[in-house]
Design a protein around this ligand. Structure first.
Ligand SMILES: *Cc1c(COP(=O)(O)O)cnc(C)c1O
Length: 388
């Protein structure tokens, strides 16, 4: 094991202003899941992404769960979801007792394939059971092909929830990622592009729906002094202390996007000419926030598998990871329906088999990044030599 300090995939990067908002919360004794920081954070984030309203939640997962509630997803209903994503995208479908159907990726964005979505909706219509919602994920900071996806979903009148947990600050055709569907969600978990340690946000242009989201997120208390409840609610609001952290983080979001993009560019400079290494593309007309630099490896060409590279980096105390294991391959979802990009061609399986994520934190120093680059080059070169 190396003596060097550990290099993480993505670690929290404070701006220095967080303490100011935390202190305000303490001085005014707003130590609660409501208060001025929560109200301000909601307003500032909705201004930033340009939507009418935003509701701060205890996590991104909670925000997805609320969106499903608002769309009245119930036991036995069907919900479509991107397959190549983190489990949190789909867990709320399980909470509701609904049936997930997984949709493959396409190669241009690694996100939901419009072709697979179209086939899945055709089948669903034929069977007389359209999904109550489609959860579209914007993976690693790259927007999905939202024009195509929205056109298809609108044709079938199926609402879209955009899981933009990883794509805050990214853009699609000049509009912020997460603002195309009926609802969008963001996450402020510790590893995301900005963080409140834990937290999330539900956004929409439907202000009445978000009013209901706030009601559900605070135990669904009826307007009466004696604590009356007609429906089951949740305790899903964000703490006023953590919202203070979020306000300071939001102020530097554009800097964080720029930093992650420049880290990506340095990796491209170092590996871009190596045959057998391909970076996740940036779709034309979009701005990728490069939350994580991800790439695929052609192991024939390179003589190295992603896991071998990950293990070699781990020996130097550097954290690298495979890309998300597709949900249709998870034991939890065994036997669930899955629609491939094309018949007999699963794009997400291939990305999972060949993909890897490199350390991409905005607080990574150039020296630390050089350590990652040197190690990767070292492994690649020594294996090439061995083959020839
Ligand atoms: C992080 C993440 C979430 C969940 O967010 P939490 O705030 O951790 O609940 C959902 N979807 C994706 C794609 C994520 O990466």
């Amino acid at each position: 094991m190396s003596n060097y300090s550990r290099i993480f995939l993505s670690s929290p990067h404070m701006s220095g202003n967080e303490q100011k908002y935390i202190n305000e919360a303490f001085e005014t004794n707003w130590i609660a899941p409501l208060g001025p920081n929560v109200d301000q954070f909601e307003r500032e984030l909705s201004d930033y992404v340009d939507v009418r309203d935003a509701a701060a939640t205890s996590s991104g997962t909670a925000a997805i769960h609320l969106a499903l509630q608002l769309l009245e997803v119930e036991q036995g209903d069907v919900v479509f979801c991107s397959s190549l994503t983190f489990i949190a995208s789909a867990n709320p479908i399980v909470y509701q007792g609904a049936e997930p159907v997984f949709i493959d990726s396409e190669p241009d964005t690694w996100n939901m394939s419009p072709l697979a979505l179209e086939r899945a909706l055709l089948d669903a219509e034929y069977e007389g059971k359209l999904p109550k919602a489609v959860i579209v994920v914007n993976l690693y900071g790259q927007s999905a092909k939202m024009d195509e996806i929205m056109a298809i979903c609108n044709r079938y009148s199926v609402p879209v929830i955009e899981d933009a947990a990883e794509s805050l600050g990214a853009e699609y055709k000049g509009k912020k990622s997460g603002t195309f569907g009926k609802f969008g969600i963001y996450s402020f978990n510790g590893n995301k592009i900005i963080t409140t340690s834990g937290g999330g946000m539900l956004v929409s242009n439907d202000e009445a729906a978000l009013k209901k989201a706030r009601f559900l997120a605070t135990q669904a208390r009826d307007p009466a002094p004696h604590y009356q409840h007609s429906v089951a609610g949740y305790n899903y609001r964000m703490s006023n202390i953590l919202a203070g952290v979020g306000r300071a983080q939001l102020e530097v979001l554009n800097d964080r996007v720029a930093a992650r993009r420049s880290i990506f560019n340095r990796y491209v400079e170092a590996f871009g000419n190596i045959e057998g290494i391909n970076f996740m593309p940036e779709l034309e007309g979009t701005l990728h926030n490069r939350w994580l630099t991800t790439l695929t490896i052609d192991r024939e060409e390179l003589g190295v598998s992603p896991m071998k590279l990950i293990d070699a980096l781990a020996e130097e105390n550097i954290e690298a990871r495979p890309v998300w294991k597709p949900l249709h391959l998870q034991p939890l979802f065994e036997g669930k329906k899955y629609y491939m990009h094309e018949e007999g061609r699963s794009v997400s399986d291939k990305l999972f088999a060949n993909g890897l994520c490199l350390p991409s934190g905005s607080n990574m120093t150039e020296e630390q990044q050089q350590r990652v680059i040197d190690k990767v080059l070292d492994v690649v070169h020594s294996n090439k030599v061995r083959i020839s």
